[in-house]
Design a protein around this ligand. Structure first.
Ligand code: COI
Length: 354
């Protein structure tokens, strides 16, 4: 594989692994790769982490033609570093690319390039419990042009960030608020892709929830505002009558890799697990009847995030006495045990790096 490495003369001091937070520290190197119509993807290179100089007319800055992924590298007990289902992330990037009229990447090529980047940066993979190296592959439209069309040129880059817990609550239950005033995405749109604008579109509702004392927004469908879709930037699961339920991928929901892992593990454990439409009224009714025992979010950043309280209009309901439920706990343990190789990997989800 053609790949050049430019060494830094200025390595940074590593941050305190017990105070990493999320997304504030960046490593010494990044991966870059360019696309033109003539050459396709070319010039794959590992370079010192540095700001970009962008023409102010660069298309991504105006029309949001940009997509990204989120994945993690984990340090095992024996010191080795590994990835969790990384090819699924790059396949999803290609799905996002197709919907945003952007060029696909070659999954084998970017996998190899990522592994080389991680080889160079392996000292940056933290080893303290609950930490990992967050990986952010990103693709942006780079034509300097103000007409609305798909760009002809693109930049793909990967940056790395040593992280701890995503939420200040850690694995403790979060409080969520249902919004009917705002919607995240609609069927036929781009809600099922990891495109930048989806996150921008979530901010105002998120701010309002935060001001009301809630950690995240629970999103309802964009058409009827009746069916549950996602929570914050995560997929959502309910346990009702001992059955695990998650909204089916309707076209406006992100096909989460952690979501898929939860479903596959539950099915392997013979736990009833269904994907179907679930109305917010059904959730509230189940809570009143005492059959709703757990709600949790799933995502790369937080893995599993239990929900302790839910507000829907003027009703505030507590889920599972506001404590972490047994299914959320079991899933969190099972997924993180695989990610850190504290257990074996029957599903073949682990990809070794170094
Ligand atoms: C995830 O948890 O997978 C996310 O998408 C969160 C990320 C945007 C920080």
């Amino acid at each position: 594989m053609e790949l050049t490495i430019q060494k830094t003369s200025n390595p940074k001091p590593k941050p305190d692994q017990t105070k990493l937070g999320f997304g504030t520290h960046f490593t010494d190197y990044m991966l870059n790769m360019d696309y033109t119509q003539d050459l396709g993807w070319h010039n794959t290179r590992i370079e010192p982490y540095a700001p970009f100089a962008l023409n102010p007319a660069t298309m991504v800055l105006h029309y949001g033609q940009g997509i990204f992924e989120g994945m993690k590298a984990y340090r095992r007990g024996d010191g080795n570093v590994q990835l969790f289902r990384p090819r699924d992330n790059f396949n999803r990037l290609n799905y996002s690319a197709r919907k945003l009229c952007m060029p696909k990447v070659d999954v084998d090529h970017v996998m190899q390039a990522l592994k080389q980047l991680l080889q160079v940066e392996k000292e940056w993979v933290p080893g303290v419990a609950g930490t990992s190296l967050y990986i952010r592959p990103t693709m942006i439209a780079t034509d300097p042009f103000l007409g609305v069309r798909a760009s002809f040129t693109y930049r793909f880059f990967i940056i790395l960030s040593p992280v701890g817990a995503y939420y200040a609550e850690g694995f403790n239950p979060i409080k969520i608020m249902v919004t009917r005033e705002h919607v995240r995405a609609v069927r036929g749109g781009v809600g099922d892709t990891k495109t930048m604008g989806n996150y921008a579109a979530s901010l105002l509702a998120g701010q309002k929830a935060h001001d009301a004392g809630y950690t995240q927004v629970l999103w309802l469908d964009g058409v009827e505002q009746k069916y549950v879709e996602e929570v914050g930037s995560m997929n959502i699961f309910f346990v009702i009558n001992n059955e695990l339920i998650t909204p089916s991928l309707s076209g406006s929901i992100l096909p989460g890799i952690t979501r898929d892992s939860v479903l596959k593990l539950a099915r392997q454990w013979d736990m009833p697990a269904v994907e179907r439409k679930i109305a917010i009224d059904e959730v509230i009714a189940a809570q009143k009847e005492g059959t709703l025992t757990e709600i949790f979010g799933s995502g790369t950043a937080a893995v599993i995030s239990p929900v302790g309280q839910l507000r829907y209009e003027d009703q505030v309901v507590t889920i599972g006495q506001g404590e972490v439920g047994p299914i959320a706990q079991r899933l969190y343990d099972a997924i993180t045990d695989i990610q850190y190789s504290r257990s074996d990997d029957p599903m073949g989800w682990i990809e070794p790096v170094a």
